[in-house]
Design a binder for this molecule. Structure first.
Ligand code: ADP
Length: 487
């Protein structure tokens, strides 16, 4: 039976993207749509969305709708289009005062109003479209208040009588915590009955917490992360709320993200001048040559090249590299290409490293989709020493590109990369356990040693390239979950 699904996210690739959420929010619904489900995706119409994606139609009956957020009257209109390259329906919430800003997320004092408007607009739009979703799939804190809105402000509407809410946590480190002075803007009658009292007493409202408590089902993006967030070490303060759900018999479901192999696949990647596949690997060396040249690296083709594409945040384990990378670069024949931006001291570190190892280290500061693809293709290894990693996509992209991931055993990294075993010839990467410098040094040296053994290296590459982490496979797990939710 086709399901009716309302899927809401604050970012959807290729319209707006700061991280893996956008990739998921583009690929999962389109996979569900291909399977015949009635999925409709909602996102804000940010002014930063590229002009080529802004050829959208006004949706009749959902124009200039005014929503009251406390004392603030805000109007929105709904626009519609499709996800590029698909027929997946996309709905955009158009509200220039809220979304006409320079970036997707802001530190403006009305940030909460931006995403309250978004959430209200989704339900107001469903009402006007007479769309009765069986599943309201909410992603991350930006949609954290939606399950409660469904149970309170919109509970009167029979349209939603059969709607079940799912909150998917893509990163529990980001929670959407606002001052309790924003209480009235939520528009929820009897808020004290529903909201976390201790939080309110402490002067705050935590949207992700409210989502965890009020959603019918909670999921996250890998089985290992589902366990980790239920522990004090991994829960970022929300583990108690999650454990209480589990104790009450409600599962915290872990479903590994998938990869959109129409976008991330060296056989079809339109960012690459040379394409390749497991049976014809010559193109990979050409990608490496192009990458070395383009990044002004003088290291030869035989020198192992490590890639790193990341937000430069503590979560990504960058602080472990301060001591480990200089040690390995100082003692081994190896080159490094880094793309990313984020915390200033991490950016400085890579800038200094580039100056210290000229011709062997390249650091490109910023966000660059084309270069991210070329690094996946041209590097020999891909480094992800994450402190925590809910799922992580780059290691799965790396597998497909035959670029051996070097990862810490955490979250989705643990679920998607298997340590190479020389005896059996099985395994797809190098995996280390401890979050410390000696462990990273060990992992890098292990990978560099393995690289010298070209026959086994090739075997590991082929193991990696032949793994299937496609969305079409993972989307079935979501369908099974949706079906459990609606009974
Ligand atoms: P997270 O969502 O925590 O940032 P993921 O590994 O789940 O990490 O997803 C990161 C996504 O963002 C990948 O598609 C990756 O290629 C992309 N990405 C991260 N940093 C950059 C960058 N500087 N330039 C281009 N793409 C980037």
């Amino acid at each position: 039976m086709p399901l009716q699904i309302c899927f809401a996210a604050s970012e959807v690739a290729p319209f707006a993207k700061t991280g893996g959420l956008a990739d998921v929010a583009g690929a999962l619904p389109s996979s569900l749509h291909r399977q015949g489900h009635d999925v409709r995706v909602f996102m804000p119409l940010y002014s930063s969305i590229d002009a080529r994606y802004r050829d959208l139609k006004n949706v009749d009956g959902v124009q200039n709708v005014t929503v009251q957020l406390g004392v603030h009257s805000v109007s929105f209109s709904l626009r519609e289009g499709v996800l590029p390259g698909t027929s997946l329906p996309m709905y955009f919430v158009h509200c220039p005062p809220m979304f006409g800003r320079s970036a997707i997320y802001s530190r403006d004092p009305d940030e909460h109003l931006r995403f309250l408007l978004f959430q209200r607009a989704i339900l107001e739009s469903c009402q006007r479209l007479r769309f009765a979703p069986q599943i309201l799939h909410c992603n991350d804190w930006h949609l954290g208040m939606l399950p409660l809105m469904l149970k309170t402000t919109y509970a009167w509407d029979q349209l939603f009588a059969g709607t079940r809410s799912l909150l998917s946590i893509h990163n529990i480190g980001y929670q959407g915590i606002f001052p309790s002075g924003t209480l009235n803007d939520l528009g929820i009658a009897e808020p004290l009955r529903y909201l976390h009292r201790a939080d309110l007493a402490a002067g705050r409202i935590n949207w992700l917490y409210e989502g965890i408590v009020h959603a019918d089902t909670v999921s996250t993006v890998s089985p290992t992360y589902a366990q980790e967030i239920c522990t004090p070490a991994g829960g970022h303060g929300l583990d108690t709320a999650l454990r209480e759900r589990v104790a009450a018999g409600q599962e915290v479901v872990g479903i590994l993200n998938g990869v959109d192999y129409r976008v991330w696949n060296p056989a079809v990647d339109h960012y690459l001048r040379e394409r390749y596949e497991p049976e014809h690997l010559a193109g990979k060396a050409l990608c490496k040559a192009e990458l070395l040249k383009g990044r002004h690296l003088t290291a030869g083709l035989d020198t192992p090249l490590i890639g790193l594409v990341s937000r430069l945040a503590l979560q990504k384990g960058i602080d472990l590299l301060f001591d480990s990378l200089p040690e390995v670069l100082g003692s081994r024949d190896v080159a490094l290409v880094v793309l990313g931006s984020g915390e200033e001291h991490f950016e400085h570190f890579f800038t200094d490293l580039q100056a210290r190892f000229p011709g062997r280290v390249s650091f490109t500061r910023g966000y660059n989709e084309a270069l991210a693809h070329l690094i996946e293709a041209g590097a020999d290894m891909f480094l992800m020493p994450s402190l925590y990693e809910p799922c992580g996509l780059n290691q799965m992209y790396s597998l497909k590109y035959g670029t051996i991931p070097i990862v810490r055993r955490t979250g989705g990294l643990a679920d998607s990369v298997q340590m190479w075993d020389g005896a059996s010839g099985e395994g797809t990467g190098v995996v280390f356990n401890d979050y410390d410098v000696p462990a990273v040094v060990w992992a890098l040296n292990t990978a560099l040693d393995l690289f010298q053994d070209s026959a086994n290296w090739r075997r590991m590459m082929l193991n990696a390239m032949n793994k299937d982490y496609s969305w079409d496979h993972q989307a079935h797990e979501y369908v099974a979950l949706y079906e459990r939710m609606i009974g």
